[in-house]
Design a protein around this ligand. Structure first.
Ligand SMILES: C[S@@+](CC[C@H](N)C(=O)[O-])C[C@H]1O[C@@H](n2cnc3c(N)ncnc32)[C@H](O)[C@@H]1O
Ligand code: SF4
Ligand code: SF4
Length: 434
């Protein structure tokens, strides 16, 4: 997302393969068949910003920040224009979140030991379908580009398919994060026919590891779901959680999944919610540096597969900052935000588990718009400042922004509030000799 984007812009300008999509064999096959050329215009979305624009590629759900000059060079035939419904002064904040993560329910058919939001049953007061549809229309009119529907298990919410249909009809980019364990084929059929841009399926490791966390018999079920989604030509990303248990199997998992998915994302285990109880399974900073190198080699071995990572404390990405925006920190509160199942707005999904004090407001009470909170909330602005500064220990650390991009401020709050002590596995300094 933050890497050099000049090649990307160039390809859009001259009408060749657009942006970073050339790495999926699935994409190439479709591209060569001509099916995609016809749809090219709807694959790229440009949202104008004070500094230029944000160009979003709905094929791989990545986006780039462009200057005015770069926007002017784009061929207008190759993108759809998206606008926010209000003008805001240039305050170094983008006009609206690019991506909103929305936990539509806390209800779940599984009870994974790592679950950061402790999902089991629906929360009292979850939004009903009518309210959910208004949320979707509100996000669209705010200028939000992507809604990532998650949970709990989102397919456990009554009316989830109507909600997805509304989002796709509104023209939002839609992604769905699911455990892929369904009681019959009708759920996967509905997903496959829904027009969802990407389905993100959690695969915690090879069969033994996956079933230790997600239950016996569920590895076969999740793979069956992925294969069915292939039949519907739905783009699939597999999320693999990086625990110590999974580290020996990274290459094996990539080899196993490479022809079934378009993307594999290696996620950082956050010791929060039930995940707080398995902190000992979190690999150390040094181990994660090794993992990052292995992922680099895998990218070279499988150039057609997108291999991404969900950790941001290792500064391996080359950053070309847009002058007025600091893009060196995680996306929370800067490029995205979260909604819980009751409509509460958070800068980061992990804050929900700490305390409802961190809620920035409720989207229903905000007349189904995020924009006032996004631009004017004092709490959100304080969070943004903290997220840039990182934790107090990071400010004094000689490694900050050199070998380490700092530890997560939300995790620090979690430890403080829940009185959790012990080593921070992801801090380079605390684990230098590990
Ligand atoms: C909370 S789940 C909700 C969607 C769905 N139920 C699933 O499991 O994919 C969303 C994502 O968070 C990941 N996740 C769960 N607990 C986590 C933790 N402690 N740290 C980081 N990611 C976690 C899951 O693996 C999943 O990919
Ligand atoms: S990680 Fe997903 S499947 Fe597992 S308990 Fe949490 S919400 Fe349910
Ligand atoms: S204190 Fe730890 S987490 Fe913070 S910058 Fe230094 S090494 Fe990184």
């Amino acid at each position: 997302m933050l890497e050099n984007h000049s090649g990307f812009v160039h390809s859009v300008m001259i009408g060749l393969l657009p942006v970073g999509i050339s790495h999926t064999s699935w994409f190439l096959k479709k591209w060569k068949s001509g099916a995609m050329k016809k749809n090219l215009k709807i694959n790229l979305i440009l949202r104008e910003e004070n500094f230029g624009g944000i160009l979003f590629d709905r094929h791989n759900l990545t986006y780039k920040f462009l200057s005015h000059e770069e926007v002017e060079q784009l061929d207008k035939n190759f993108y759809q224009l998206r606008k926010t419904n209000k003008e805001y002064p240039d305050n170094k904040i983008i006009s609206a979140p690019v991506r909103v993560y929305w936990e539509i329910t806390r209800k779940c058919n599984l009870k994974c030991p790592q679950c950061f939001n402790n999902s089991t049953s629906a929360l009292p007061g979850e939004l009903d379908l009518e309210e959910c549809l208004k949320v979707i229309r509100g996000l669209k009119s705010d200028g939000v580009i992507e809604v990532r529907i998650t949970g709990g298990e989102p397919t456990q919410k009554e009316g989830w398919d109507k909600l997805v249909a509304c989002a796709t009809e509104e023209g939002l980019v839609v992604s769905l994060n699911t455990n892929g364990v369904f009681s019959d084929d009708s759920t996967v059929e509905k997903i496959g026919r829904s027009g969802i841009d990407q389905v993100i399926v959690s695969v915690d490791g090879p069969k033994k590891i996956h079933e230790e966390s997600r239950g016996k018999g569920n590895f076969k079920k999740v793979i069956k779901t992925i294969k069915k989604l292939n039949y519907y030509q739905t783009s699939v990303r597999a999320n693999i959680l990086l625990t110590k248990k999974v580290l020996p199997y990274i290459e094996e998992m990539v080899y196993f999944l490479k022809d079934m998915v378009q993307e594999i994302c290696f996620m950082q285990l956050k010791p929060i919610g039930r995940g707080g109880k398995i902190l000992s399974l979190a690999p150390s900073h040094l181990k994660m540096i090794e993992v990052d190198k292995r992922l680099g080699l895998l990218r070279k071995s499988y150039p057609e597969l997108k291999i991404s990572s969900g950790y941001d404390f290792i500064p391996t990405k080359k950053i070309i900052p847009v002058p007025c925006l600091d893009l060196t920190t995680c996306a929370s509160g800067f490029r995205g935000c979260n909604l819980d199942s009751r409509g509460n707005i958070y800068s980061c999904g992990f804050l929900e588990e700490i305390s409802c004090d961190y809620s920035l407001g409720n989207i229903v009470k905000e007349s189904y718009s995020l924009l006032d909170v996004w631009h004017n909330s004092n709490k959100l602005n304080s969070f943004r400042k903290a997220n840039l500064r990182k934790t107090r220990k990071c400010q004094k650390c000689q490694h900050f922004r050199k070998v380490c991009f700092g530890s997560c401020v939300v995790m620090e709050q979690y430890k403080l509030r829940k009185s959790i002590s012990g080593r921070d596995p992801y801090c380079y300094k605390e684990n230098e000799r590990k």
